[in-house]
Design a protein around this ligand. Structure first.
Ligand code: ZN
Length: 481
């Protein structure tokens, strides 16, 4: 029977004209069929829509250990007010026994993020209606149909494919403020089985598979969405509640008594700075690197994609072309290994913890031999004339190599503290200060892969001391995993 269906599928595939086979009229007809399948006018005139998901996230490339995949309970509540162009996003994630809640909204005019633990808020100019939900709406196919309908004019038919033996039309479109998406539409039912959108790694995609469709007040939605990232499982749905008439109470208010956070630093431009004698920090957005002048070469750390741009910013600041001889790999997480191929291309020798070698190899086009890297197994190792490499294990990563410039007192790490504000606003893990205290290392200033503003040890210990347990507002329904 299955063979028969596959054969039928192939036959259908053969009968439908390939690439570009749908005329403009046919394409519009397909969009209309999709809209009709999801409720037609009932969907298009829907003033608001809410959904609440209980999910599990698999931490491929972001687990504590490189050889095990961690599972994170994750809950989210999204309310979309189509009528007034407003959107609210609330989430809770659990790392071990620690909960971490987040909240942001766009109220039609401005984007706001709220920190209910610190009782603070911050206005965020980059937080639009499209971006307020951190892409979470893409997990609900019903929302995609609204987006498709609004951008149908420029949608493009890109051929047919068999999914699970059923013929699917592929439709590519891009709604305002959203990434380009490819919909896989069941040719017979006009229901969306799958959507893909680009991943930040070239050629890779995020995939969303929609199943177990249900109908409420004639509106169709997938009760189950399975998200993959680069072909690996990312999110599994445990349960989903869809609400077509959600309450808007308090969703777009800043609770009384909340204080505004200090102004953020503008990281949008590439910037290179000398923060110590021959010690430089360079970067933009979320990726920064440290460069230590060792006379005729640099020792560098901070492996986000775009390393070459940061290297060039430093050489133009110094006015001298020096090679990067050593590059210190902090840990195995995918984002911090985004620049490995560039760094190999610059001819640098990798300094890497023994347990991260396999992860590093996976990020390189040409594998490096063990003899071609500096393997670190100890807690502390000397490198060049000015640098010590210090391993700081934490709940974030089982090993994490930091860079200490001992003759200058500068210290660089990844994912141990965050500071994105001009003043204050520091979040730090206790592990860093504890390890440094035990090893009797007392740097005078700290910079990091995500934070280029130099901080003192006091800044970090104060932040650890002020760290409070997560507070989930009483009215929320997503506070337990
Ligand atoms: Zn990390």
């Amino acid at each position: 029977m299955k063979k028969c269906l596959v054969f039928l599928g192939v036959l259908l595939l053969w009968m439908v004209p390939a690439h570009g086979g749908l005329s403009a009229d046919d394409k519009q007809q397909l969009v209309d069929r999709v809209v009709a399948a999801y409720g037609g006018d009932a969907l298009l005139s829907l003033p608001r829509l809410a959904f609440e998901d209980r999910t599990r996230r698999l931490q491929f490339g972001q687990s504590v250990r490189p050889d095990e995949i961690d599972l994170t309970p994750y809950r989210a509540s999204i309310v979309i007010d189509f009528e007034n162009n407003r959107k609210s996003w609330r989430s809770a994630a659990w790392f071990g026994s620690e909960r971490y809640t987040q909240n942001q909204f766009f109220d039609g005019n401005r984007g706001v993020s709220l920190n209910h633990t610190a009782r603070t808020f911050a206005e965020d100019a980059g937080l639009s209606f499209a971006r307020a939900d951190r892409s979470l709406s893409y997990t609900l196919d019903t929302v995609l149909v609204r987006l498709l309908h609004g951008a149908a004019q420029d949608a493009r038919y890109s051929g047919d494919v068999l999914l699970g033996g059923a013929l699917h039309h592929m439709l590519v479109f891009q709604a305002d403020g959203h990434p380009q998406m490819t919909l896989f539409i069941n040719a017979e039912t006009a229901v969306i089985s799958k959507m893909t959108r680009p991943h930040w790694m070239e050629g890779a995609v995020h995939s969303y598979r929609f199943s177990r469709h249900e109908r409420r007040n004639n509106i169709l939605y997938a009760a189950d969405t399975y998200v993959l990232s680069r072909g690996q499982p990312r999110t599994i749905t445990v349960s989903r509640e869809v609400n077509l008439n959600p309450s808007m109470d308090g969703l777009f208010d800043i609770p009384s008594g909340y204080e505004e956070e200090g102004a953020g630093i503008d990281f949008s431009e590439m910037k290179a700075e000398e923060i110590g004698d021959g010690v430089y920090i360079a970067g933009q957005n979320w990726g920064f690197s440290l460069f230590v002048d060792e006379g005729d070469h640099f020792i560098a750390a901070g492996g986000y994609a775009g390393f070459t741009d940061r290297y060039e910013a430093v050489t133009s600041l110094v006015g001298e072309d020096k090679p990067v001889r050593y590059f210190i790999v902090s840990h195995h997480h995918l984002d911090h290994m985004g620049g490995m191929q560039e760094i190999a291309g610059l001819g640098a020798t990798f300094v890497v913890h023994r347990s991260h070698l396999t992860s590093l190899q996976a990020r390189l086009d040409q594998p490096v031999a063990e003899s071609e890297v500096v393997l670190i197994s100890d807690e502390r190792a000397a490198l060049g004339a000015r640098v010590q490499v210090v391993d700081v294990p934490s709940a974030h990563a089982s090993h994490n190599l930091t860079t200490y410039v001992h003759d200058d007192g500068s210290f660089f790490s990844a994912d141990m503290f965050f500071s994105r504000q001009q003043q204050g606003g520091v979040r730090a893990t206790a592990a860093l200060a504890e390890t440094l205290k035990r090893l009797r290392v007392a740097p005078r200033q700290f910079v990091a892969a995500h934070s280029s503003r130099p901080l003192s040890l006091q800044d970090l210990t104060t932040a650890v001391g002020e760290d409070r347990p997560d507070r989930c507002p009483e009215s929320w329904t997503i506070c337990t995993p």
